[in-house]
Design a protein around this ligand. Structure first.
Ligand SMILES: C[S@@+](CC[C@H](N)C(=O)[O-])C[C@H]1O[C@@H](n2cnc3c(N)ncnc32)[C@H](O)[C@@H]1O
Length: 259
């Protein structure tokens, strides 16, 4: 199935590929969208706002190259809107073309929270990670400079399709930008592909997390990330805390790390 998808992506025009993705993920996307639209969130939102948000997510995925699924984004959007009175900002590490950034910026507006976006905007850092097969059987490799998208393009996508008013960009490798960031964080998303980058994010974000805050890894389909997140010694020696509670590690593309 993975090979069929990669072949289809190469030969088919974008509208066909988009349709294929939406049909392929329909059961998961539809059930997550219904749960989101028909249930109230702790931060008050109307049925119409939730419905429009889902519609805008689909529109953004059509207009911007997005390497995530709709159910993943809707699930995280719900978590952002269910933070209630947990203090702190929303954070995204890893923007790529800004599809997820535009989506989260719309959620930040509804949640009335600041939204901080961290990326090198030059792609992956220098690394020696071999990559390999995800739990879904597709090959992935992340050499230096891959996934590079200019900050101007990302900003433009957020201006056009999201809400720039609460969005602040931090350009540079995480190891350079995150140490200077000192604000409390209620929810952060890491979609950064490498174990090295995940380590940097966890090292600098963990001390900023509010009680009951959440960090999502959207790379939990990569064995090298699963291994890292499962490792008690990593949490104790490098982050300085006991391993936090995580839901369904190793089963889905994304996992919630509870603080
Ligand atoms: C998979 S893409 C993000 C996808 C995006 N969240 C989406 O769903 O559209 C990974 C991003 O992480 C960034 N990245 C990875 N490691 C990084 C690091 N150490 N410092 C800064 N940016 C990094 C890359 O530049 C790239 O934009």
């Amino acid at each position: 199935m993975a090979t069929l998808r990669s072949k289809l992506k190469k030969i088919s025009p974008w509208p066909i590929h988009y349709l294929y993705r939406k049909i392929y993920y329909f059961p998961k996307d539809f059930s997550e969208a219904c749960k989101f639209i028909f249930h109230k969130t702790k931060t008050p939102t109307t049925f119409w706002q939730r419905k429009m948000l889902v519609w805008k997510f689909y529109r953004i995925s059509y207009l911007v190259d997005c390497p995530h699924t709709e159910h993943e984004m809707i699930h995280i959007a719900r978590a952002m809107l269910d933070l209630g009175d947990i203090p702190g900002a929303l954070v995204e590490c890893g923007a790529f073309h800004g599809g997820s950034t535009a989506k989260f910026s719309l959620v930040a507006k509804l949640a009335k929270r600041e939204f901080h976006v961290f990326d090198s905007f030059e792609g992956m850092p220098e690394n020696k990670e071999a990559g390999g097969e995800s739990i879904y059987g597709r090959e992935h490799h992340f050499p230096k400079g891959s996934h590079a998208v200019r900050i101007d393009e990302v900003r433009e996508n957020v201006e056009k399709y999201g809400d720039i008013s609460r969005t602040k960009f931090h350009k540079g490798f995480f190891s350079e930008t995150l140490p200077d960031f000192k604000e409390p964080v209620a929810l952060a998303c890491m979609n950064v592909d490498l174990a090295l980058s995940t380590k940097d994010c966890l090292k600098y974000l963990s001390p900023l997390m509010s009680k009951d805050g959440i960090i999502y890894s959207q790379d939990a389909h990569f064995p090298w990330i699963i291994e890292l997140l499962k490792d008690d010694r990593f949490w104790q020696n490098e982050i300085g805390i006991l391993k936090p509670k995580m839901d369904d590690l190793g089963k889905l593309k994304f996992v919630a790390i509870h603080y």
